[in-house]
Write a protein that binds this ligand. Structure first.
Ligand code: WT7
Length: 654
């Protein structure tokens, strides 16, 4: 790991956290904010882990917990270990008394369809699916893989699993058959819920054939597959003996109720695969009680969501953001969550603003990648709509530049809405660094201080805090409720991957480089390991590179992000191979097969050699600078400095 050279440069020329402005929360917002008491920070600091009762007490417990945190065997921490609860009961049943007729999910499909579920509707369908899954043999602790696009059946299936204590394993619908097979095997899952296909713009995609291919590849024998009919007659996919129609299951069990299974707070709620520092994805495990508490608390206190909001988190449920803030967060606090299957620019570039206007969305949460597209398309699109319903804006996934921050606030937030820049990870489960919007001043481009109760620090190699402005590693020095409870790959891997034991206890490594200013505001500089964040997805460079090297004639590959949401692959070939169009296609095919279309290389740069240090390490940072069109330093210490000019001109010619 090295952060030398990481200095937070951005493609628009401004550096994250650079411009030094402080933006105070407006009283119009603060006066009615969920979190309004500045003492909150001190209270958490004084009370220690016990302060997190505030989060757990937002939930209904089947058996009350007495212990908040068991830290007797670090780094295997257990939150609320003697409490019992059910996540689905917390997201659905407990809202029935007060708001059974309130909308829980409002869904907009790719072809202009709409569907709405009240909490009562949601209760009915979750129960029917839970009964159906049981009928198929799913028992408590059986892992169910869900391979579905953004349709209501995805959150419903998640909640049905949670209801019967079966952990779910959601695989992003855009991932390939091979990636699905790997995740079914690694999670040791015998059940799959998928669909016939889905639409992307005008075109229907055959999801079922990907699922079928995965079944052929997977070692695990699937006992049963449930298939949602998303396309009607568009794709004719005959079902096999162990395949069942989702609709038939719902019909057969309509009106049945399934008692929610009381789970230990430490029991597995779900597993989510994400890229780590090796080529194979890691199965991040989240426990029921700590995860749901932290997610509910941040949905209220950071995103300021209340039951009477219409709230929209634009992230796909196939990744952690959609799990935490598209499903569990909003439903646990009893609000209306908007689900959108389509693209932001279809049928036109005002689609997002049109949805906000027609649903009077009050809290909108998206990524800097999306905001960059909105900026490129132009302010005339949001300006053509009445966005006055917006009360708060959120962003997550990568650093936002001060310029993009201002654009977002001006053109979407009416110049007044606070913006919460939220830092967290698949592993942290929930938001960990952010301002509290009614209390904490904002600094455009900086995520802000750690949340109350999160002991995040920027440290050097030895774990010592760095001086303000100095680059270091972002670490978390005490456990927090939303933290992963472990990895599917076992305790040893979990400890090795994330934890360092220091003199003052155990420290969680985030893998991010960061700086901190005099006020304790953190600026994220980017990953310091071999992970790249592109288009809000996280990839391991080795995973992509090994797929590329699989193409006939390719000898070496290095993959970087260009800072603008695109993947650039530098590729060297065997002397007798002509690097032409067909090789580009072969490489594209390899990536699509190994990972999925989301991993497409936007640019493939053929080069005679890759820049390497004397010890043979590929200088990825330099390649990233070239991809971004940034200045870079002295390269004379390289083993092959002469190659840099060639690469630069190859990139410029593209
Ligand atoms: C990585 C985690 C859970 C969020 C979605 C991605 C980067 C996340 C920010 C932010 C700068 C950010 C970090 C982190 N990241 N939020 N506000 N500012 N960088 O989850 O796929 O687990 O990726 O996303 O590098 O480590 P993920």
């Amino acid at each position: 790991m090295d952060y030398a050279g990481v200095d937070g440069r951005r493609t628009d020329g401004s550096a994250a956290g650079e411009d030094g402005d402080v933006v105070e929360p407006l009283s119009a917002f603060s006066d009615r904010a969920v979190a309004s008491d500045p003492e909150l920070y001190e209270a958490f600091a004084e009370e220690g882990p016990a302060a997190w009762r505030r989060a757990a007490d937002l939930l209904d417990w089947e058996t009350d917990y007495e212990t908040v945190l068991d830290d007797g065997d670090p780094p295997f921490y257990e939150w609320f270990p003697d409490g019992r609860l059910n996540a689905a009961a917390n997201c659905v049943d407990r809202h029935l008394d007060e708001r059974r007729n309130q909308l829980a999910i409002r869904w907009f499909g790719k072809r202009g369809e709409r569907r709405s579920y009240t909490y009562l509707d949601l209760h009915r369908e979750v129960n029917a699916v839970a009964a159906g899954l049981r009928d198929l043999g799913v028992e408590e602790d059986d892992v169910v893989t869900l391979y579905l696009p953004m349709i209501p059946e995805l959150p419903i299936a998640m909640l049905a699993c949670a209801r019967i204590g079966a952990p779910h394993n959601v695989v992003f619908a855009g991932l390939s058959a091979e990636a699905l097979a790997t995740r079914i095997d690694a999670a040791d899952s015998s059940y799959l819920v998928t669909c016939d296909g889905y639409y992307r713009r005008e075109d229907a995609f055959n999801q079922k054939s990907k699922a079928d291919n995965a079944r052929l590849r997977a070692d695990a024998d699937l006992s049963a597959t449930v298939v949602v009919d998303r396309l009607g007659d568009t794709l004719d996919a005959p079902l096999g003996d162990d395949e069942h129609e989702y609709e038939a299951i719902v019909d057969a069990h309509d009106g049945e109720t399934v008692e929610p299974v009381a789970r230990d707070a430490t029991d597995l709620l779900f597993v989510m695969y994400t890229s780590g520092t090796t080529g194979r994805p890691k199965g991040v495990e989240h426990a029921t009680g700590g995860y749901l508490s932290h997610v509910a608390w941040t949905t209220r206190n950071v995103l300021d969501v209340r039951p009477d909001d219409t709230y929209w988190c634009a992230a796909d449920i196939g990744w952690i953001t959609g799990h935490s803030y598209g499903v569990y967060g909003p439903l646990s606090v009893g609000t209306t969550t908007l689900l959108y299957e389509g693209s932001p620019d279809y049928p036109d570039r005002d689609r997002v603003w049109d949805l906000i206007e027609r649903n009077a969305v009050s809290v909108f949460y998206t990524s800097p990648t999306a905001i960059r597209s909105f900026m490129k398309w132009g302010a005339e699109y949001p300006e053509a709509h009445d966005l006055s319903s917006i009360r708060l804006l959120g962003t997550v996934g990568e650093s936002i530049t001060p310029k993009a921050w201002r654009w977002y606030r001006e053109h979407v937030g009416g110049g007044e809405a606070p913006i919460v820049d939220t830092w967290w990870q698949t592993e942290t489960g929930a938001i960990s660094l952010a301002t509290l919007p009614g209390i904490t001043p904002m600094k455009p481009g900086k995520v802000g201080p750690p949340l109350p109760g999160i002991d995040a620090r920027v440290v050097d190699e030895d774990g010592e805090p760095v001086d303000p402005g100095e680059p270091g590693y972002l670490a978390i020095a005490a456990p927090w409720p939303g933290m992963l409870r472990g990895l599917r790959e076992g305790d040893e891997r979990y400890r090795r991957e994330y934890w360092v034991e220091g003199e003052d206890g155990w420290r969680y490594r985030t893998g991010d480089g960061a700086t901190v200013d005099e006020d304790g505001y953190v600026t994220i500089l980017g990953r310091v390991d071999d992970v790249i964040n592109v288009r809000t997805h996280r990839f391991n460079t080795a995973e992509l590179e090994s797929a590329i090297v699989g193409a006939e004639g390719v000898t070496e590959a290095a993959v970087v992000g260009d800072g603008d949401g695109k993947i650039v692959a530098y590729v060297t070939t065997r002397g007798d191979v002509d690097p032409d169009e067909s090789l580009r296609e072969a490489i594209g095919g390899r990536l699509a097969r190994a990972v999925g279309d989301v991993a497409r290389a936007d640019r493939i740069v053929f080069t005679p050699d890759l820049p390497k240090t004397r010890s043979g390490k590929i200088m990825r940072r330099l390649l990233e600078d070239i991809a971004r069109g940034d200045e870079f330093g002295d390269v004379s210490a390289l083993r092959n400095p002469e190659v840099v000019g060639e690469i630069e001109s190859a990139v410029r010619e593209m």
